[in-house]
Write a protein that binds this ligand. Structure first.
Ligand SMILES: [Zn+2]
Length: 418
């Protein structure tokens, strides 16, 4: 867990002040016991090291493995703040149907979509789901992501929602990646309660939330607030109960229509409000007042072939800490690549490469209440990535490929390109 990275072409250091990124050239990064002990230009980082390690620094220098990073950049590990990484089956048949002209809504109405994912997930045991998810977690490391938020929401019964969250707990124990669990029982009303949605909401508030909170299976409670899914009044009720049980709040809002979800998120002090393609000015203002992080998921518009991307510039001008996520899920966004999200953010939403990078590190960490992650400040955990690129712009510029050479988690090598 001790390592010295030397001659880094650019060391990418996001700062606390929003959107500010330092990028010293010919830089070094020093890792001791899985933590950053010095980072900066070759010269200044040596001075830091001496100061931080005191008498021990000479011994550290002579006994620690050195990695030469000439021609490479090194960045903090990326944080994906919104995924549905546990699922029973992929849905490439729906992708084919969309390519033939069917819409997401038409496919959902004919038995596909989230309800198809629910039927598939319910069939599988906890063990089978753990086995099926591990290769995807390995791939997050391969793409430079070291922390991932994961939602339930394909179970939609007490038993199956708990099963999904237990899968996440188990994966956290057996895999080196950090998973942050979110309860999303209010993802959709399941088939068996289509004619009695009140009953399903009672199950969420009276059975699921108390059980999830008491067994500490989730940190956040999320909901899909949208026309035809959960109304504002229903969302307020469900999230109010979640807050009473000590869960932090996230919301899926304003993806297809504006029904005031972002306004509610701000009012409830939600940690994040996600999607926001159709957000109103009032919604932006409310998020600002409530300290809510907007999480934009531009992979969905690309993958569904839609034209409406969230108004990122407007939110940046309102001084909101805009974050980016993949929304990795088998239906509307089957990608795990945050660099690809950066590309779409730059080309379709006119974010700069610096803003896009800040949005997948510092701001996305904030969106999962993990401030301090997404940086390489002294004392922070040594989650970092070595990229085959000479500067930061190359990450979103080279799209559709993978520039990751090595990924480290807590100072330990967890992925290396052959
Ligand atoms: Zn989602």
């Amino acid at each position: 867990m001790d390592l010295i990275l030397r001659n880094i072409s650019q060391l990418i250091l996001p700062q606390k002040k929003m959107w500010k990124i330092k990028r010293p050239k010919n830089a070094s990064l020093f890792i001791k016991n899985g933590k950053v002990v010095a980072a900066g230009s070759n010269e200044s980082s040596y001075l830091q090291l001496k100061k931080n390690l005191k008498d021990d620094w000479n011994n550290f220098l002579s006994s620690t493995e050195v990695l030469d990073c000439s021609g490479k950049i090194v960045t903090p590990g990326l944080v994906d703040p919104h995924t549905h990484s546990v699922f029973g089956a992929t849905r490439q048949n729906e992708f084919k149907m969309r390519s033939e002209g069917k819409s997401y809504l038409e496919i959902a109405e004919s038995g596909g979509g989230i309800r198809y994912s629910v039927r598939q997930l319910r069939k599988l045991s906890e063990r089978k789901l753990v086995e099926a998810t591990i290769p995807f977690l390995d791939r997050f490391f391969e793409l430079g992501t070291t922390t991932v938020e994961v939602k339930s929401g394909y179970g939609l019964s007490l038993k199956d929602e708990l099963k999904m969250l237990k899968v996440v707990r188990r994966l956290n124990a057996v895999h080196k990646i950090t998973l942050i669990p979110t309860f999303l029982g209010a993802h959709e009303v399941p088939d068996e309660y289509r004619d009695n949605r009140e009953k399903y909401i009672d199950i969420i508030t009276q059975e699921m939330i108390p059980e999830v909170a008491e067994s500490r299976l989730a940190e956040f409670c999320d909901i899909f607030t949208e026309t035809g899914v959960f109304t504002i009044a229903e969302s307020e009720k469900i999230l109010g109960v979640a807050k009473d049980f000590g869960l932090k709040i996230k919301m899926h809002v304003e993806e297809f229509t504006d029904i005031g979800g972002a306004e509610l998120a701000g009012k409830l002090g939600a940690v994040s409000a996600d999607h926001l393609e159709c957000v109103s000015d009032a919604g932006i203002k409310s998020m600002k007042n409530g300290g809510t992080v907007p999480v934009l998921l531009p992979g969905t518009a690309l993958f569904l072939g839609l034209k409406n991307y969230p108004p990122a510039r407007k939110m940046i001008e309102a001084e909101l800490p805009v974050a980016l996520g993949t929304d990795f899920n088998p239906g509307s966004s089957f990608t795990q690549s945050l660099p690809l999200m950066m590309t779409i953010a730059c080309t379709q939403m006119k974010m700069t490469p610096d803003e896009a990078f800040y949005a997948v590190t510092v701001n996305s960490a904030k969106a999962v209440a993990r401030e301090g992650l997404g940086t390489l400040d002294i004392g922070s955990v040594a989650d970092f990535v070595v990229w085959d690129a000479k500067d930061l712009e190359t990450l979103p510029y080279y799209f559709g490929g993978n520039l990751v050479e090595r990924t480290y988690k807590n100072g330990e090598l967890v992925y290396s390109k052959k």
